[in-house]
Design a protein around this ligand. Structure first.
Ligand code: NAP
Ligand code: MG
Length: 472
């Protein structure tokens, strides 16, 4: 049984007896493979104090220093790429090819992207009658989930280091192994002691200490809207900056001029990748009403061939979902669609037949769902696609916008001008046009409405961690 200690404070891992333990379960087998030794509340306090003491040294790092540190971290991730892919596949069930390629690559891309930004970013500018100095906001707390672990941790870490902010990070305990490797890699860089601290443990215990702490100047959180609201509420007492990247229920508008045989399989894959556990997944597929039967046939024949199975098998398309809580939650969403007599065209409740164990969910599609049903409104976070029909593009845009969320959106169209005009009318932080993947790495990422505030990645991500000072 592996024991993992992810309490890293002031440049070293902290050994301590009698820590509370968190069982690490392999989602593909439901067997325990290890234990996370949780950080105590005192250790969180200590980590925050150490970060606070490192504030001046971090703010004095030159651009060259910061680029050097980010390059060292980038080299470390690249060097341990295979191992990181294997542990991410084990801990959150991502198919090994997805883990090694997409998961690790996204982390690498964020580091590279911030390095590029730092090469030309002007922290000091002269304006008409005054000067602007962009200074680091101070101590930042980063709280991240399990669904794209390295993507989420590294985009925040790269921006915080680029800005010159000391960090205290609480990654998800479901990703203890990859978080340990990340801390090891960062500890080998030239980042000063105290500039990077990691605590790991149950969010509802550690989170409130972080959210209310006077010495934390900013919190960057990725996760559920519910937890985001609780962080922001507690953080209000100290008027700290809170950057939230929350849930989504993104619409994908299929225009009537596209080749459905090409567009529908791509749209389904985009929704189901990572077993549907992506905040920006296009989970509402909006199609012209008169194409319903054609879409139904294509969707069934494509989805039948999606292989759900052992994440270590190179041919697996979908692994299990993260844990039993998420599995049950997804099942109850599917059940509600069945109880309300929605048209289930493939999938349904229970595991795929070939699995007796593991949090495997059948790739599931409901057809012609009213947009006010919970299947069209709630974030399910599993491989469940909701197909909705529209009569014209104005109605499609209304449906896309009829959501409490506004993280991403997607358009498939053969007319670039029309797609661009639709994009401008959708209330979401991104609109991805005719791309089968995640879009662009340097592009800002973040939500409208209850999908959050603030922007991550590249220059916008860096600026989230900076204060604007006017010198007159
Ligand atoms: P979550 O509860 O929002 O967890 C995200 C992170 O916040 C984890 O590190 C979590 O730690 C921590 N946390 C929990 N309670 C906290 C608190 N009171 N204060 C500060 N931090 C706290 O998400 P989840 O439970 O893993 O997943 C639940 C649902 O959230 C999913 O079904 C999905 O809809 C949504 N979700 C969205 C995203 C996204 O990228 N937008 C990512 C993950 C999940 P613990 O793990 O210890 O709770
Ligand atoms: Mg939670």
């Amino acid at each position: 049984m592996i024991e993992i200690n992810n309490t890293f404070i002031n440049g070293g891992f902290v050994e301590k007896n009698n820590r509370s333990k968190f069982e690490l379960i392999n989602p593909a087998t439901e067997k325990q493979y290890g234990e996370l030794l949780c950080s105590s509340e005192d250790e969180v306090e200590h980590a925050i104090n150490c970060a606070s003491e490192a504030e001046i040294i971090c703010s004095n790092l030159s651009i060259e220093d910061k680029k050097n540190i980010l390059s060292q971290i980038l080299d470390g991730i690249s060097y341990r790429r295979e191992e990181l892919g294997e542990v991410i596949s084990l801990e959150m069930g991502a198919p090994i090819s997805l883990a090694k390629n997409a998961h690790i690559q996204m982390g690498i891309d964020h580091l590279t992207n911030t390095l590029n930004v730092l090469s030309s970013y002007k922290f000091e500018t002269k304006e008409n009658g005054f000067q602007i100095f962009k200074s680091p906001i101070g101590v930042v707390a980063l709280i991240t989930p399990w669904n794209w672990p390295l993507n989420q941790t590294l985009t925040k870490i790269a921006s915080a280091i680029g800005a010159g902010c000391p960090i205290i990070i609480k990654p998800s305990e479901f990703c203890a192994l990859s978080s340990r490797i990340l801390a090891e890699i960062i500890s080998e860089s030239d980042l000063p002691d105290g500039a990077f601290n990691m605590v790991n443990g149950i969010g509802s215990n550690l989170g409130p200490i972080i959210s209310q702490h006077k010495k934390i100047d900013m919190i960057s959180f990725t996760g559920s809207t519910e937890v985001g609201i609780s962080i922001q509420t507690l953080a209000a007492k100290t008027v700290k900056r809170v950057s939230l990247e929350l849930g989504g229920k993104s619409a994908h508008i299929i225009c009537d001029d596209v080749e459905l045989l090409d567009a529908i399989p791509k749209a389904i894959n985009q929704c189901f990748i990572n077993s549907g556990q992506s905040c920006s997944a296009p989970t509402r597929l909006l199609i012209p009403k008169d194409k319903l039967n054609e879409v139904k046939k294509i969707a069934i024949s494509h989805t039948k061939n999606i292989k759900t199975g052992n994440p270590l098998n190179e041919n697996t398309n979908l692994g299990p979902v993260i844990n039993s809580k998420q599995y049950k939650n997804i099942q109850s969403h599917i059940q509600s669609g069945i109880e309300d007599s929605l048209e289930l065209i493939i999938g349904g409740i229970g595991r795929p037949d070939e699995h007796e164990k593991g949090y495997y969910v059948k790739p599931t599609i409901f057809l012609d769902v009213p947009n006010n049903h919970s299947l069209a409104q709630e974030e399910i976070f599993g491989p469940v696609l909701t197909v909705i029909t529209y009569k014209d593009l104005d109605e499609a845009i209304d449906i896309a916008n009829d959501s409490k969320y506004g993280l991403s959106s997607y358009i498939s169209s053969n007319n670039e001008k029309t797609a661009y005009e639709i994009a401008k009318r959708i209330k979401a932080g991104q609109t991805i046009i005719n791309k089968p993947s995640r879009g662009s790495v340097p592009a800002p990422f973040g939500g409208f409405k209850m999908s959050g505030n603030g922007r991550e990645h590249g220059i916008y991500g860096l600026e989230d961690y900076l204060e604007v000072k006017a010198i007159i």
